[in-house]
Design a protein around this ligand. Structure first.
Ligand code: SAM
Length: 262
């Protein structure tokens, strides 16, 4: 039988502005820990530990755990567990430099939904310091991250994530697994940086992908007219962005970069 952890001896009122939905379903917590499969000497960083739903079982399995939490009230709750192998960093996860955590790092977290995309893009910039990432996100966000070209939900997030990571939806988590319950389903996603990433420079790639999806109903010729024209590439710009697979976006970026080299 799995061990039960008392995470909230003094009732903390969940704060919406920090995206606080605390995991309460022990079976789901066990499944997440099994997905992470921590080893004693793993260098783990948890974003948004909250009251410790994932933190406490992780602390039983690793020699050292760093966590970043923005809510000062929760820091007191986390400290009350008096765990010697826990290092708590108070602040905004978006402002932390991963170099401070002695990379390479395994990053985990039940992410605050209101800032999940900024956190993903922040970690994308630091992907060379990351071994893997296991996150709980809104199911809809995970579906967008892993969508294939040609699908309605394929967009900027899909291209940016898949160009740099292998993205895998592991399992879906229903609203009843949290307190307070969110309005939507959640999902666990597992991300590993691609061993051979074909993107040479992230900035022009980001710029082109952003512009391509800025107006989904328009053709690429229209969306990209200030960046590249049909005469400057062999890729058919009469299509909409959602029709281009990730590799074609990378090729298009190379054509775009060539224009600036000459
Ligand atoms: N891990 C806990 C759990 O599963 O019960 C809490 C998850 S809750 C969805 C998100 C957590 O992230 C909250 O504890 C919240 O205070 C924290 N948080 C929100 N914004 C943050 C930020 N910018 N940086 C670090 N932590 C943040």
């Amino acid at each position: 039988m799995s061990k039960r952890y008392t995470t909230n001896p003094t009732k903390h009122k969940a704060r919406k502005r920090f995206g606080q939905n605390f995991l309460t379903d022990q079976k789901i917590i066990d499944q997440i820990i099994a997905t992470i499969a921590p080893k004693r000497d793993d260098n783990l960083l948890e974003i948004g530990p909250g009251q410790g739903a994932m933190t406490l079982p992780l602390l039983d399995r690793v020699d050292e755990l760093n966590v970043i939490e923005i809510d000062r009230d929760l820091i007191d709750i986390l400290n009350s567990h008096k765990k010697p192998n826990l290092t708590i960093h108070q602040g905004d996860a978006l402002n932390f430099d991963l170099d401070d955590f002695n990379p390479p790092i395994r990053v985990v977290g039940n992410l605050p939904y209101n800032i999940s995309s900024p956190i993903l893009f922040h970690l994308l910039e630091h992907r060379d310091k990351v071994i893997d990432m296991t996150f709980m996100l809104q199911k809809e966000v995970v579906e967008r991250m892993s969508a294939n070209h040609g699908s309605k939900i394929y967009g900027r997030l899909s291209v940016m994530m898949q160009a740099f990571f292998d993205v895998e939806l592991i399992f879906v988590v229903p609203p009843e697994s949290f307190d307070p319950a969110p309005k939507v389903d959640s999902a666990i996603v597992y991300l590993t940086p691609l061993k051979t990433c074909k993107v040479d420079n992230i900035k022009p790639f980001e710029e082109l992908v952003k512009a391509a999806f800025a107006h989904r109903r328009k053709t690429l010729r229209n969306c990209l007219k200030s960046l590249i024209t049909q005469e400057q590439t062999n890729i058919d710009l009469s299509q909409r962005a959602e029709m281009l697979d990730v590799d074609t976006f990378i090729t298009l970026t190379k054509d775009y970069e060539k224009l600036h080299q000459n």
